[in-house]
Design a protein around this ligand. Sequence first.
Ligand SMILES: [Zn+2]
Ligand SMILES: [Zn+2]
Length: 318
Amino acid sequence: MTLRLPAFTAPGRFWRGNLHTHSTNSDGILAPEEVCRRYRAEGYDFIALTDHFVGRFGYPITDTKPMRTNSFTTILGAELHSGATGNGELWHILAVGLPESFAPSNTPSFVPVAEQESGPEIAARAVAAGAFVAIAHPQWSGLTLADARSITAAHAVEVYNHGCAVGCDRPDGFSIADLLLTEGRQLTLIATDDAHFSEPDHFGGWVMVKAEANEPEALLAALKAGHFYSSQGPELRDVRVEEGHLVVECSAVSSVVAIGWGTGAKAVHGHSLTRAEVPMERLNNTPWVRAAVIDAAGKRAWSNPIWTGATAKNPRVL
Ligand SMILES: [Zn+2]
Ligand SMILES: [Zn+2]
């Protein structure tokens, strides 16, 4: 039996995009036009400008429609903030694909206040409005597993946040994402920049989205369907489970890693691997497996999880 990630079987081609970005409409350094110009110049096919949706900035959903060209598009969105996390700080929730009519929350600034929606509530409202929603920068926020578990509407976890890598050495979302996957939550995994252009926080992590057209609706549907992978540089060309192995085809890398629940993981190392078959004995019984590849410069790419069908009662599906 072969289990193949739909990103590699869906029709269309991969489009490169950054899903988390700020401008002068909130606390970013550059105007929206200049942010779009720089991403376009860097070769990106699309971005989502996701300014902080708080009262102090006028609850912006930055209008990037005028910055669309024949070869570059934008998805409207915002970073939503409402309610307190377990540590008493304000939620940060990424919403890509919001309508311009999305009603403001009651969030005057970056401190939780009484009489505002909870994080789970505003996330659910964004999903109902059509957005692709991700739990933003879990490590930077100091999220607990209970915090992350509560955002039941989320499609994804932000597993790599380049701004948090550069600005505070806390880029990680994998730890909490893997625990949620192990609880059976069918989440996808996104890498983003969270660029403010206040430091070298741009062009460091992105998604490659498979769609038939570089158009907002098609990209949004593909994101929700999980038809994408995340990268800092390497390309993934196929990821599949086949006869007890995780098979990965990719641009030249030095390591290919299969990662599953608990301590289950196994790596294959080389010099310029473009295909690797990682034996999965060490991942026995895992209900999900995902691929990571690492190139000679230390840049990584990450697949979404493949659900193996294995359960405690039916452990040998692989
Ligand atoms: Zn944030
Ligand atoms: Zn942000």
